[in-house]
Design a binder for this molecule. Structure first.
Ligand code: ZN
Length: 406
């Protein structure tokens, strides 16, 4: 599937340090060191409603990671999916009388526009789940053959206990959550712990047998149906990159069950870990609640740019929050981004002077993508009065993605 046009990223002199990122399973900062190529998978959107600033903040965090790897001298393979067939999408399509394919296509197009206007580096492989069905079917068939999957009616489930016995993964390896918490989160986030007949209430569906009125695909031995959520990302990652991935990323609402079982599926299929590092971004609230489609309290990038806000100001507003924090979008956050862009642009027009910022910017961002600290480095130079040193504007463009002069 087509992604979007990437921004221009200047090459900087020398190389920056490798970034250290907070790793969810080990609960520590871990160097994101590629084996050869940096392999990054970030879970994409379910395109049933407009993309919002919460998404933008997540993809901006991993855009920063890609910039840092490239600056450290590594080639990057970046893969992102679109979950273009899923319960919420189908429910929304039914409720609005729009064909689910048209709904998905329109929302994916909005997402592309938002990502491009924010200067987010596109994935090298941008994949709709519906493009990968045969590969997913093959993976589920292999799990059935190896006794790590079982059927309940026309559905196929992942056997967590069998996978733990046969692979380096065990339930809780990625999330480090206790069982009671897992049961609550499973029910809240797309799982079906109450379905009778499962060997473990937490076992996730791998292949959902055809239901009347729902789209379905040929599933070979599995029968007509559609894939479960976690197996999609596991298979797409394996099809385009070597595992263990350097980093698996996403919003922290994906810690469980999504990334737990993505890890389990990959381990069961390959005998290897899914990722060396699991990174999770914070969630964005608006008017006191998590910004989400279901709550209807969205602020959209396209709304803001449509109202005349410079996308660079939105980018600076997002970068002013640490990616792992949960934070709230307010008018004051946007106003600060607009004011910062204004001040930086004025500084950029001053005659060249000052001490180069490159080392300080690289060091700030390498410490768990600390964009607020990187902004503070530039703010200090702006306040100091002299103009940018030679190379500063390229460094800001390459590392922070903000181009200050034409
Ligand atoms: Zn995913």
């Amino acid at each position: 599937m087509r992604s979007w046009n990437g921004p221009e990223v200047p090459r900087l002199p020398g190389h920056g340090p490798l970034p250290r990122l907070w790793d969810t399973p080990s609960r520590s900062l871990v160097e994101a060191r590629p084996l050869a190529i940096a392999n990054l998978y970030v879970c994409g959107i379910t395109p049933y409603d407009a993309t919002h600033l919460g998404h933008a903040a997540t993809y901006l965090a991993y855009d920063t990671l890609v910039r840092l790897w490239r600056d450290a001298g590594y080639d990057v393979t970046y893969v992102q999916n679109v979950t273009d067939v899923d319960d919420p999408l189908l429910e929304r399509a039914t409720a609005t009388g729009v064909d689910w394919r048209d709904l998905a296509a329109s929302q994916i197009e909005l997402f592309r526009g938002d990502m491009q206007s924010l200067g987010i580096i596109p994935p090298d492989h941008y994949l709709a789940v519906t493009e990968l069905i045969p590969s997913i079917v093959g993976a589920v068939e292999r799990l059935v053959e190896s006794g790590i999957a079982y059927t309940v009616g026309t559905d196929v489930y992942f056997d967590s206990a069998a996978a733990a016995a046969a692979s380096p993964w065990h339930l809780g390896q990625e999330s480090r959550l206790d069982r009671d918490t897992m049961l609550v989160l499973s029910a809240e986030r797309g799982g079906d712990p109450g379905t009778p007949g499962k060997r473990d209430p937490l076992d996730p569906v791998l292949w959902r047998g055809e239901r009347p009125g729902e789209p379905s695909w040929p599933g070979g031995d599995l029968g007509q149906g559609r894939p479960g959520w976690h197996i999609e990302c596991s298979v797409i990652a394996q099809d385009f990159m070597d595992v263990p991935l350097t980093v698996q990323g996403g919003g922290h609402d994906l810690v469980f069950p999504h990334h737990e079982f993505t890890a389990g599926h990959t381990a069961a299929l390959t005998g290897r870990d899914h990722a060396a590092l699991y990174s999770h971004a914070g969630l964005v609230a608006y008017r006191g609640e998590k910004m989400s489609k279901s709550l209807g309290n969205l602020v959209l990038v396209s709304q803001l740019t449509g109202a005349g806000v410079d996308p660079r100001a939105i980018r600076l507003a997002l970068l002013a929050q640490h990616y792992r924090s949960d934070w709230e979008w307010t008018d004051a956050v946007l106003d600060a981004g607009i004011a910062r862009l204004h001040a930086w642009a004025e500084w950029a027009s001053r005659p060249s002077a000052g001490t180069p910022l490159l080392t300080d910017l690289r060091d700030a961002l390498a410490r768990d993508l600390d964009a607020p600290a990187a902004l503070a480095v530039v703010d200090a130079a702006v306040l100091a009065g002299a103009g940018p040193a030679t190379g500063d504007l390229a460094a800001i463009q390459a590392l922070l993605g903000v181009r200050l002069v034409e």
